[in-house]
Design a protein around this ligand. Structure first.
Ligand SMILES: Cc1cc2nc3c(=O)[nH]c(=O)nc-3n(C[C@H](O)[C@H](O)[C@H](O)COP(=O)(O)O)c2cc1C
Length: 433
C-alpha cells in the first residue's frame, strides 16, 4: 500500500483543534525545525510522500468577515507558502516525496512550471503538485476577481493549464543539456523546443528556462470530488486523494475513478487512490479511545462551520444551529457537500453537529485502536479495493506521526503490506512499485 501525510503549513490539519492540542508545540508551525521533525519521521517510516494542502485566503465567508476564522483558528487561519517549506525540507531529507498545492485559477503556467521544476531538480526527483482549482470568494477577493470562476470554467482553465505545463516540462529533451566546456556549447538548442501555445486562457511561447528535471514533471495529485473534478483527475492525476467515511463509499469512488481513467485511455493502475484516515493509536483500545475523546472534546462547532463556509462558499452563520443543514446548491466543494447532506440525513445531524464533525476532521474517518487494529482496518480497505493506500492526517504536531511510524508502519511491514525500504530513486518510481 501507499502512504502519504496530509499537512497544512499552519495551525491545523483536517483537525482544527491541532494548534491547541496539549501535545502540539504551540506556534511551532512558524519554525523550520517543526517541519524537519515531521519530514524526517515520515521518511524513517518510508512514506511515499508528505504533502501540504493550501488556500490563498483566511476564512471570510462565515459571518461575512475574518473575525471567527482568524479569531478562533479555523483551517485557514494561517498558511505559510508550502513551496519554500519544501525547498528547505529537500535539503533535510533524501527519499520522501514532497508535495505542494498550487491553484490553476491563481497561478500562471510558466511560473508554476518553474517552481515545480526547481523543486524536482533540488530534491532529485521527489516533487509533486496537488492541483486545485480554488473554490472560495475569499481567494477571488485577494486576486482581483469579482467572483470565483464557475465550477466548469475552473476545470476548463485547469485542463488548458495542465496541457501547457506538461508542454513546458517537456520543452527540454533529457539530452539537451550539453555543458561542453571545451567547445563552449551549453545546450543543444535543436533539442529545446518553443511550445508556442495560444489558447483560450493562456498564451505561452516557451521553452522553459530550466532543463529537463529528473521526473520530467512533478507527480500530479488531485482531489476533485464532483463529476467534472473526477474526470479531470482521471485524465491528469497519478495520485488522487479522497475523503470517504466508509468502505462502501470508498469502493464507489475507487471504481468510478478507475473506470474514468480507462475512458481517458489510461490503465486503472496509473492512478493511485489514497483515502484519508485520522488514526488514534494506543497500547490498548481503551487508551486509543481516550485519546480520540480528548481530541474531539476540544472541538468548537463554530470553528467547523467557519471552515465549512469557506469550503462551500456559503455563509452558514445565518442558519439555525439546532436544525438539519439546509438543502442548498453550493458553488464550492460540491462532492463534499453532497456527502454532508447524506450523512446528516443518515445520522439525523443538526447544523451544530455538522460543525463539530467538520472541526474534528472535516469528514475524514477516525479510527481508534492498537497498532494491530489500525493495520487490520487499513489492510481490509485495501483488500476490498476501497483504496490503494492512505493519506494520514495528524491531530497534533510535530510529534503526531511518531506513534504511527514507530508502531503501525512496523506492523504493516511485518504483514508484508508496506515497503521495508524505498525502491527506485524518484517519487514516481515509489508510486509504481
Ligand atoms: C484530501 C483533500 C485535500 C484537498 N486539498 C485542497 C487544498 O489543499 N486546497 C484546496 O483549495 N482544495 C483542496 N481540496 C479540494 C479539492 O481540490 C476540490 O476542489 C474539492 O474536493 C471539490 O471538488 P470539485 O472541485 O470537483 O467540486 C482537497 C480535497 C480533498 C478531498
Amino acid at each position: 500500500m501507499h502512504l502519504a501525510a496530509f499537512l497544512i503549513a499552519g495551525n491545523a490539519s483536517h483537525s482544527q483543534v491541532l494548534w491547541r492540542h496539549p501535545e502540539s508545540n504551540p506556534g511551532g508551525f512558524l519554525k523550520l525545525d517543526y517541519y524537519a521533525h515531521i519530514a524526517q519521521t515520515l521518511e524513517r517510516g518510508k512514506f511515499d510522500l508528505l504533502f501540504f494542502a493550501d488556500r490563498l485566503a483566511v476564512s471570510t465567508r462565515f459571518g461575512g468577515d475574518h473575525r471567527y476564522g482568524v479569531g478562533y483558528g479555523d483551517q485557514d487561519a494561517t498558511r505559510l507558502d508550502p513551496l519554500p517549506v519544501l525547498g528547505a525540507l529537500a535539503a533535510m531529507t533524501s527519499k520522501i516525496g514532497l508535495g505542494a498545492t498550487r491553484s490553476t485559477t491563481y497561478s500562471q503556467p510558466f511560473s508554476l512550471a518553474r517552481e515545480f521544476a526547481t523543486l524536482d531538480h533540488l530534491s532529485s526527483g521527489r516533487a509533486a503538485w496537488n492541483v486545485v482549482t480554488s473554490v472560495n470568494q475569499g481567494e477571488a477577493d485577494n486576486f482581483g476577481l469579482r467572483e470565483t470562476l464557475g465550477h466548469d470554467a475552473r476545470y476548463d482553465r485547469a485542463d488548458e493549464f495542465l496541457d501547457v505545463v506538461h508542454q513546458l516540462w517537456g520543452s527540454w529533451a533529457p539530452d539537451a543539456l550539453l555543458l561542453e566546456a571545451s567547445s563552449g556549447r551549453y545546450a543543444n538548442a535543436d533539442r529545446v523546443t518553443a511550445i508556442s501555445h495560444r489558447g483560450r486562457y493562456f498564451n505561452v511561447r516557451g521553452p522553459l528556462n530550466i532543463p529537463a528535471t529528473p521526473q520530467v514533471g512533478p507527480v500530479i495529485i488531485q482531489a476533485g470530488s464532483s463529476h467534472r473534478g473526477q474526470d479531470f483527475a482521471a485524465r491528469w492525476a497519478e495520485v488522487v486523494f479522497g475523503i470517504q467515511p466508509d468502505l462502501a463509499r470508498m469502493q464507489r469512488f475507487y471504481n468510478d475513478l478507475k473506470g474514468r481513467a480507462v475512458k481517458f485511455g489510461r490503465k486503472p493502475g496509473d492512478i493511485k487512490v489514497l483515502t484519508a484516515l485520522m488514526p488514534f493509536i494506543g497500547r490498548t483500545r481503551a487508551e486509543a479511545e481516550e485519546k480520540q475523546a480528548r481530541h474531539n472534546a476540544l472541538v468548537d462547532p463554530i470553528v467547523g462551520l467557519s471552515t465549512l463556509s469557506s469550503h462551500m462558499n456559503v455563509d452558514f452563520s445565518g442558519y439555525a444551529l439546532d436544525a438539519p443543514i439546509a438543502d442548498l446548491e453550493v458553488a464550492g466543494m460540491q462532492g463534499l457537500f453532497s456527502l454532508i447532506r447524506e450523512l446528516s440525513a443518515e445520522r439525523q445531524l443538526t447544523l451544530a453537529d455538522v460543525g463539530r464533525l467538520y472541526a474534528s476532521g472535516v469528514l475524514v474517518p477516525q479510527v481508534a485502536g492498537t497498532a494491530a487494529d489500525i493495520a487490520d482496518w487499513m489492510g481490509h480497505i485495501v483488500s476490498k479495493q476501497g483504496a490503494d493506500g492512505f493519506v494520514i492526517t495528524p491531530v497534533h504536531l510535530p510529534s503526531g506521526f511518531d506513534d504511527f511510524v514507530e508502531q503501525v508502519v512496523p506492523e504493516l511491514q511485518r504483514r508484508g503490506q508496506f515497503r521495508l525500504d524505498y525502491r527506485g530513486d524518484t517519487l514516481r518510481s515509489y508510486l509504481q512499485d
